[in-house]
Write a protein that binds this ligand. Sequence first.
Ligand code: ZN
Length: 263
Amino acid sequence: METPCKDLIDTHCHLDAAVFAGDHEAVHEQARRAGVTTMVVPGISCRGWWRLLDLCTRLVGCYPALGLHPLFLGDHCGEHLGELERLIATHPVCAVGEIGLDFWDKEADSESQGKLFADQVAIAAQAKLPLILHVRKAHDQVLAMLRRLRFSHGGIVHSFSGSLRQAHRYAELGFCLGVSGTVTYERATRVRGVVAAMPLADLVLETDAPDIAPAGCRGERNSPANLPLVLEALSVIRSESGADIGAATSANARRLFGIGAID
Ligand SMILES: [Zn+2]
Protein backbone atom coordinates (compact mmCIF):
# COMPACT_ATOMS: atom_id res chain seq x y z
CA MET A 1 0.00 0.00 0.00
CA GLU A 2 1.03 3.63 -0.44
CA THR A 3 2.46 4.89 2.82
CA PRO A 4 2.40 8.52 3.95
CA CYS A 5 5.79 8.05 5.63
CA LYS A 6 8.93 6.76 3.90
CA ASP A 7 10.93 6.09 7.04
CA LEU A 8 8.88 3.82 9.27
CA ILE A 9 10.43 1.69 11.99
CA ASP A 10 9.08 -1.72 12.86
CA THR A 11 10.24 -1.91 16.48
CA HIS A 12 9.33 -5.59 16.87
CA CYS A 13 9.49 -8.18 14.13
CA HIS A 14 10.85 -11.72 14.31
CA LEU A 15 12.53 -11.81 10.92
CA ASP A 16 14.65 -14.68 12.22
CA ALA A 17 11.55 -16.88 12.80
CA ALA A 18 11.50 -20.27 11.09
CA VAL A 19 8.53 -19.28 8.92
CA PHE A 20 10.73 -16.69 7.18
CA ALA A 21 13.54 -19.15 6.49
CA GLY A 22 14.43 -19.03 2.82
CA ASP A 23 12.82 -15.67 2.06
CA HIS A 24 14.36 -13.21 4.52
CA GLU A 25 15.67 -11.10 1.65
CA ALA A 26 12.29 -10.96 -0.09
CA VAL A 27 10.41 -10.07 3.12
CA HIS A 28 13.02 -7.43 3.95
CA GLU A 29 12.88 -5.95 0.43
CA GLN A 30 9.08 -5.88 0.44
CA ALA A 31 9.14 -4.05 3.80
CA ARG A 32 11.64 -1.47 2.50
CA ARG A 33 9.43 -0.89 -0.54
CA ALA A 34 6.49 -0.25 1.83
CA GLY A 35 8.53 2.49 3.55
CA VAL A 36 9.72 0.38 6.49
CA THR A 37 13.40 1.30 6.41
CA THR A 38 14.31 -0.02 9.82
CA MET A 39 13.45 -3.19 11.71
CA VAL A 40 14.33 -4.23 15.25
CA VAL A 41 14.58 -7.99 15.60
CA PRO A 42 14.26 -9.20 19.22
CA GLY A 43 15.72 -12.49 20.42
CA ILE A 44 13.88 -15.11 22.43
CA SER A 45 16.46 -17.76 23.35
CA CYS A 46 20.23 -18.23 23.39
CA ARG A 47 20.04 -20.89 20.69
CA GLY A 48 18.82 -18.31 18.15
CA TRP A 49 21.07 -15.36 19.04
CA TRP A 50 23.94 -16.06 16.64
CA ARG A 51 21.59 -16.62 13.71
CA LEU A 52 19.79 -13.39 14.58
CA LEU A 53 23.05 -11.42 14.81
CA ASP A 54 24.15 -12.83 11.48
CA LEU A 55 20.83 -11.96 9.82
CA CYS A 56 21.02 -8.36 11.04
CA THR A 57 24.52 -7.88 9.65
CA ARG A 58 23.33 -9.09 6.24
CA LEU A 59 20.10 -7.04 5.98
CA VAL A 60 20.45 -3.25 5.88
CA GLY A 61 18.43 -1.37 8.52
CA CYS A 62 17.93 -4.44 10.74
CA TYR A 63 18.98 -4.10 14.38
CA PRO A 64 19.29 -7.00 16.81
CA ALA A 65 18.08 -7.15 20.40
CA LEU A 66 19.00 -10.12 22.55
CA GLY A 67 17.06 -11.60 25.44
CA LEU A 68 15.53 -14.65 27.06
CA HIS A 69 11.74 -14.71 26.56
CA PRO A 70 9.61 -15.59 29.62
CA LEU A 71 7.50 -18.12 27.70
CA PHE A 72 10.51 -20.33 26.93
CA LEU A 73 11.79 -20.82 30.48
CA GLY A 74 12.65 -24.45 29.78
CA ASP A 75 15.18 -23.41 27.09
CA HIS A 76 17.11 -21.05 29.37
CA CYS A 77 19.85 -21.69 31.92
CA GLY A 78 22.22 -19.60 34.02
CA GLU A 79 25.03 -19.80 31.48
CA HIS A 80 22.84 -18.01 28.95
CA LEU A 81 22.92 -14.89 31.14
CA GLY A 82 26.71 -14.86 30.91
CA GLU A 83 26.48 -15.32 27.15
CA LEU A 84 24.01 -12.39 26.99
CA GLU A 85 26.47 -10.17 28.86
CA ARG A 86 29.31 -11.18 26.54
CA LEU A 87 27.35 -10.72 23.31
CA ILE A 88 25.91 -7.31 24.13
CA ALA A 89 29.39 -6.11 25.06
CA THR A 90 30.90 -7.25 21.75
CA HIS A 91 28.11 -6.77 19.16
CA PRO A 92 26.01 -3.79 18.03
CA VAL A 93 22.92 -4.84 20.00
CA CYS A 94 20.30 -2.06 20.39
CA ALA A 95 18.33 -3.44 23.37
CA VAL A 96 17.88 -6.32 25.78
CA GLY A 97 14.72 -8.18 24.80
CA GLU A 98 12.37 -9.59 24.52
CA ILE A 99 12.14 -10.16 28.21
CA GLY A 100 9.39 -9.79 30.81
CA LEU A 101 6.65 -11.60 32.64
CA ASP A 102 3.84 -13.63 31.09
CA PHE A 103 1.18 -14.76 33.55
CA TRP A 104 -1.44 -15.54 30.91
CA ASP A 105 -1.25 -19.17 31.95
CA LYS A 106 -2.28 -19.27 35.61
CA GLU A 107 0.12 -22.18 36.17
CA ALA A 108 3.09 -20.09 34.98
CA ASP A 109 6.21 -20.28 37.15
CA SER A 110 6.08 -16.68 38.31
CA GLU A 111 9.07 -17.01 40.62
CA SER A 112 11.46 -18.31 37.92
CA GLN A 113 10.16 -15.74 35.43
CA GLY A 114 10.71 -12.97 37.99
CA LYS A 115 14.27 -14.06 38.70
CA LEU A 116 15.14 -14.35 34.99
CA PHE A 117 13.62 -10.93 34.32
CA ALA A 118 15.43 -9.21 37.20
CA ASP A 119 18.78 -10.70 36.12
CA GLN A 120 18.33 -9.44 32.56
CA VAL A 121 17.22 -5.98 33.69
CA ALA A 122 20.45 -5.80 35.73
CA ILE A 123 22.49 -6.81 32.65
CA ALA A 124 20.76 -4.12 30.55
CA ALA A 125 21.36 -1.50 33.25
CA GLN A 126 25.04 -2.42 33.38
CA ALA A 127 25.29 -2.06 29.58
CA LYS A 128 23.09 1.10 29.59
CA LEU A 129 20.73 -0.50 27.05
CA PRO A 130 16.93 -0.09 26.81
CA LEU A 131 14.53 -3.03 27.22
CA ILE A 132 12.00 -4.64 24.89
CA LEU A 133 9.31 -5.94 27.23
CA HIS A 134 6.85 -8.78 26.72
CA VAL A 135 4.17 -8.47 29.41
CA ARG A 136 0.84 -10.25 29.73
CA LYS A 137 -1.33 -10.15 32.86
CA ALA A 138 1.65 -8.81 34.80
CA HIS A 139 1.95 -5.05 34.16
CA ASP A 140 1.74 -4.04 37.81
CA GLN A 141 4.38 -6.60 38.74
CA VAL A 142 6.73 -5.44 35.95
CA LEU A 143 6.22 -1.78 36.86
CA ALA A 144 6.98 -2.54 40.51
CA MET A 145 10.15 -4.44 39.57
CA LEU A 146 11.39 -1.69 37.23
CA ARG A 147 10.93 0.82 40.04
CA ARG A 148 12.54 -1.39 42.65
CA LEU A 149 15.53 -2.07 40.36
CA ARG A 150 15.71 1.67 39.56
CA PHE A 151 15.99 0.92 35.86
CA SER A 152 16.54 4.21 34.00
CA HIS A 153 17.30 3.36 30.33
CA GLY A 154 13.70 3.07 29.13
CA GLY A 155 12.51 0.84 26.31
CA ILE A 156 9.33 -0.45 24.74
CA VAL A 157 6.38 -2.37 26.11
CA HIS A 158 5.75 -4.51 23.06
CA SER A 159 2.14 -4.80 21.80
CA PHE A 160 0.89 -3.00 24.90
CA SER A 161 -2.46 -4.24 26.15
CA GLY A 162 -2.73 -2.80 29.67
CA SER A 163 -4.79 0.03 31.10
CA LEU A 164 -4.38 3.78 30.60
CA ARG A 165 -3.13 4.09 34.18
CA GLN A 166 -0.45 1.48 33.52
CA ALA A 167 0.45 3.19 30.23
CA HIS A 168 1.12 6.45 32.09
CA ARG A 169 3.23 4.60 34.67
CA TYR A 170 5.42 3.13 31.91
CA ALA A 171 5.76 6.55 30.29
CA GLU A 172 6.93 7.99 33.62
CA LEU A 173 9.69 5.37 33.60
CA GLY A 174 10.78 6.33 30.07
CA PHE A 175 9.02 3.51 28.22
CA CYS A 176 7.14 3.83 24.93
CA LEU A 177 4.13 1.65 24.14
CA GLY A 178 4.43 -0.63 21.13
CA VAL A 179 1.34 -0.21 18.91
CA SER A 180 0.73 -3.42 16.96
CA GLY A 181 -1.86 -4.81 14.55
CA THR A 182 -4.18 -5.31 17.53
CA VAL A 183 -5.41 -1.74 17.00
CA THR A 184 -6.68 -2.63 13.50
CA TYR A 185 -9.44 -4.70 15.14
CA GLU A 186 -12.47 -2.63 16.07
CA ARG A 187 -13.35 -4.88 18.99
CA ALA A 188 -10.02 -4.06 20.67
CA THR A 189 -11.70 -1.10 22.35
CA ARG A 190 -9.50 -0.81 25.43
CA VAL A 191 -6.17 -0.77 23.62
CA ARG A 192 -7.60 1.59 20.97
CA GLY A 193 -8.72 3.91 23.77
CA VAL A 194 -5.26 3.85 25.34
CA VAL A 195 -3.37 4.63 22.11
CA ALA A 196 -5.84 7.44 21.38
CA ALA A 197 -5.30 9.02 24.78
CA MET A 198 -1.52 8.77 25.17
CA PRO A 199 0.79 11.54 23.88
CA LEU A 200 2.41 10.69 20.54
CA ALA A 201 5.80 10.99 22.27
CA ASP A 202 5.01 7.73 24.10
CA LEU A 203 4.12 5.56 21.08
CA VAL A 204 6.11 3.45 18.59
CA LEU A 205 4.92 1.11 15.83
CA GLU A 206 5.46 -2.63 15.45
CA THR A 207 4.10 -5.62 13.55
CA ASP A 208 5.26 -8.51 15.79
CA ALA A 209 5.58 -10.42 12.49
CA PRO A 210 4.99 -13.28 11.88
CA ASP A 211 2.28 -12.93 14.60
CA ILE A 212 -0.59 -10.42 15.09
CA ALA A 213 -1.66 -10.18 11.44
CA PRO A 214 -3.73 -7.00 11.04
CA ALA A 215 -7.46 -7.06 10.23
CA GLY A 216 -7.83 -7.96 6.58
CA CYS A 217 -4.78 -10.26 6.66
CA ARG A 218 -6.11 -12.55 9.39
CA GLY A 219 -4.71 -16.05 9.37
CA GLU A 220 -1.83 -15.01 7.10
CA ARG A 221 1.84 -14.88 7.98
CA ASN A 222 2.30 -11.30 9.15
CA SER A 223 5.16 -9.31 7.66
CA PRO A 224 6.94 -6.01 8.42
CA ALA A 225 5.53 -4.74 5.10
CA ASN A 226 2.16 -4.55 6.89
CA LEU A 227 3.38 -1.80 9.23
CA PRO A 228 1.58 0.91 7.18
CA LEU A 229 -1.72 -0.82 8.07
CA VAL A 230 -0.96 -0.28 11.77
CA LEU A 231 -0.06 3.34 11.02
CA GLU A 232 -3.28 3.84 9.05
CA ALA A 233 -5.43 2.44 11.88
CA LEU A 234 -3.65 4.61 14.45
CA SER A 235 -4.15 7.64 12.23
CA VAL A 236 -7.93 7.03 12.13
CA ILE A 237 -8.11 6.33 15.89
CA ARG A 238 -6.20 9.52 16.77
CA SER A 239 -7.58 11.72 13.96
CA GLU A 240 -4.03 12.74 13.10
CA SER A 241 -2.19 12.46 9.79
CA GLY A 242 -0.25 9.32 9.00
CA ALA A 243 2.72 11.48 8.04
CA ASP A 244 2.82 13.14 11.47
CA ILE A 245 2.38 9.86 13.36
CA GLY A 246 4.95 8.09 11.19
CA ALA A 247 7.54 10.82 11.68
CA ALA A 248 6.95 11.07 15.44
CA THR A 249 6.96 7.33 16.15
CA SER A 250 10.11 6.81 14.06
CA ALA A 251 11.84 9.63 15.93
CA ASN A 252 10.77 8.07 19.26
CA ALA A 253 12.21 4.68 18.23
CA ARG A 254 15.48 6.20 16.99
CA ARG A 255 15.90 8.12 20.23
CA LEU A 256 15.18 5.03 22.36
CA PHE A 257 17.49 2.69 20.50
CA GLY A 258 20.13 5.22 19.50
CA ILE A 259 19.60 4.41 15.82
CA GLY A 260 20.54 7.00 13.21
CA ALA A 261 18.38 7.89 10.20
CA ILE A 262 18.77 5.85 7.02
CA ASP A 263 18.73 7.21 3.45
ZN1 ZN B 1 8.00 -10.91 19.98
